[in-house]
Design a protein around this ligand. Structure first.
Ligand SMILES: *Cc1c(COP(=O)(O)O)cnc(C)c1O
Length: 452
């Protein structure tokens, strides 16, 4: 192998980072300039301990750090990398778009095509507005709901994550309807008071909240299937109940599919429940507004709020609800989203589903063989493991009882065995179309050597 000066410098740096001192030195530099050394908290590994190294590249199902270690990746950019990292079709589309100009601050054909691609798959998405992050999407959905209803309050469920806008950074402890207590500093008491937090999946609590506050509830927001407290399968009929109570009381049902959209199934979790309802000969429930993110940008910043035409036409410039974005519908980002939709044909979803089944079932069997108490959370192709629990949890209180110290041990064991798990017990494990059998088998083998 011939060393250029560049590759020599890279190799030296990688060797340095492989030592503890080298890694800590890097970390000190990062924390000196970035709060906590990161631009998003989970990346700091506070949930599992240890020192994260910078990532240098990712391809297909693998990710490589600055010390030169390549591992099988089960984070997938938190689900965005559904086609596999740096899929050639997506990268080509991005390069082609970039050559035409990085941003225009004006509308392009590709934006219309991406919005049409969403609507063609999701019937309730009559109109679509593209934004850059899931946070903007849920924030905008709530603003529309408040404008449409003239009401202030929003109902959310403990353990559901909707991005970091103030009204959603509120979660209460156990119990029935609680006036919101902020989860983050910097949120006013007034904002928190407008958020009603209920235990997830609790039909009684939801019915009671509507009986007490019905005329003041602008919106109910829920993750289509919760996947930000580990994966929690919605109890049968829960989304149906949200839809019918919302309709009855004139509130807006906001379905947050930022994570589950085009991931839990080809039409998100909404599609999974719709198909099941049709099979039973029932009328499927309908959300009023839906939010998307992650997959629809294929790794670049694209998110969306979509839904009923009358609600979406509340948005400026048609209606009185202001919402805007310098980089909204950015041509390069939109190209990545469109190319990802092209890669994700019916066959790709079959492969995604097979990969998810192989890891979920294989790891669970490996845990059973070594006597590891665990429960499996599953919603379509999404899954996670709850160590120390023996039945799948349905509320955040139950989720919180999992053994996070055991997860930390698993995380570091898997890392040593060449598998990168999410750095928190409260996250979903993400596979991609590139997680072929040879790789899923390696993941299962690695799990089999933990505690055995
Ligand atoms: C990731 C996520 C968000 C926030 O999206 P960002 O792009 O990180 O702002 C909102 N809701 C759900 C369900 C998510 O998983």
């Amino acid at each position: 192998m011939r060393f250029t000066r560049d590759s020599f410098a890279r190799t030296m740096k990688a060797a340095m980072l492989r030592t503890d001192r080298g890694a800590r030195g890097w970390r000190a530099r990062a924390t000196d300039v970035l709060p906590g050394g990161v631009n998003s908290p989970v990346r700091a590994w506070n949930g599992v301990g240890g020192t994260p190294l910078p990532i240098t590249s990712a391809r297909g199902a693998t990710i490589t750090d600055a010390a030169g270690h390549t591992r099988i990746d089960l984070v997938g950019s938190w689900g965005a990398a559904i086609a596999g990292h740096a899929h050639p079709h997506v990268v080509d589309a991005v390069a082609k778009a970039a050559k035409q100009g990085l941003s225009f601050g004006a509308t392009t054909e590709a934006e219309v095509e991406l919005a049409e691609a969403i609507r063609s798959r999701i019937a309730p998405a009559a109109r679509v507005r593209l934004v850059s992050t899931g946070t903007e999407a849920t924030m905008t959905a709530l603003r529309i709901a408040r404008a449409a209803t003239g009401r202030d309050k929003v109902v959310k469920f403990a353990g559901c994550y909707h991005g970091h806008a103030d009204p959603f950074l509120v979660a209460a402890g156990s119990g029935l309807a609680t006036a919101g207590v902020p989860d983050s500093a910097g949120i006013t008491a007034t904002t928190a008071a407008d958020t009603i937090v209920l235990p997830y999946g609790d039909a009684q609590a939801l019915t009671a909240a509507f009986a007490e506050h019905g005329q003041t509830i602008a919106a109910v927001i829920t993750e289509a299937a919760p996947a930000n407290m580990g994966v929690v399968r919605p109890p049968d009929g829960f989304n149906t109940l949200i839809a019918s109570l919302s309709r009855h009381e004139g509130s807006v049902f906001i379905l947050d599919e930022v994570l589950t959209g085009f991931r839990a199934g080809p039409q998100g979790w909404w599609g999974v429940e719709r198909d099941a309802a049709l099979m039973r000969g029932e009328q499927p429930w309908q959300p009023d507004l839906i939010t998307y993110g992650k997959v629809i940008g294929g790794g670049l910043p694209v998110a969306a709020v979509a839904g009923r035409a009358d609600l979406m036409d509340m948005l400026a410039p048609v209606g009185p609800v202001y919402q805007a974005g310098t980089l909204s519908g950015n041509p390069v980002a939109v190209a990545a989203g469109l190319a990802t939709f092209e890669v994700m044909d019916a066959d790709a979803y079959v492969r995604l589903s097979l990969a998810a089944d192989a890891v979920r079932e294989g790891v669970s069997e490996a845990f059973m063989a070594s006597g590891v108490t665990h429960a499996v959370g599953q919603a379509g192709t999404l899954f996670s493991f709850f160590l120390g629990l023996d039945t799948p949890p349905t509320t955040f209180d139950q989720v919180a009882a999992q053994d996070t110290a055991a997860y930390s041990s698993l995380f570091h064991h898997m890392r040593g065995a060449g598998v990168a798990l999410p750095p928190s017990a409260f996250e979903s494990w993400f596979v991609s179309v590139a997680h072929e059998e040879r790789l899923t088998r390696r993941i299962v083998d690695a799990a089999g050597t933990w505690l055995s």
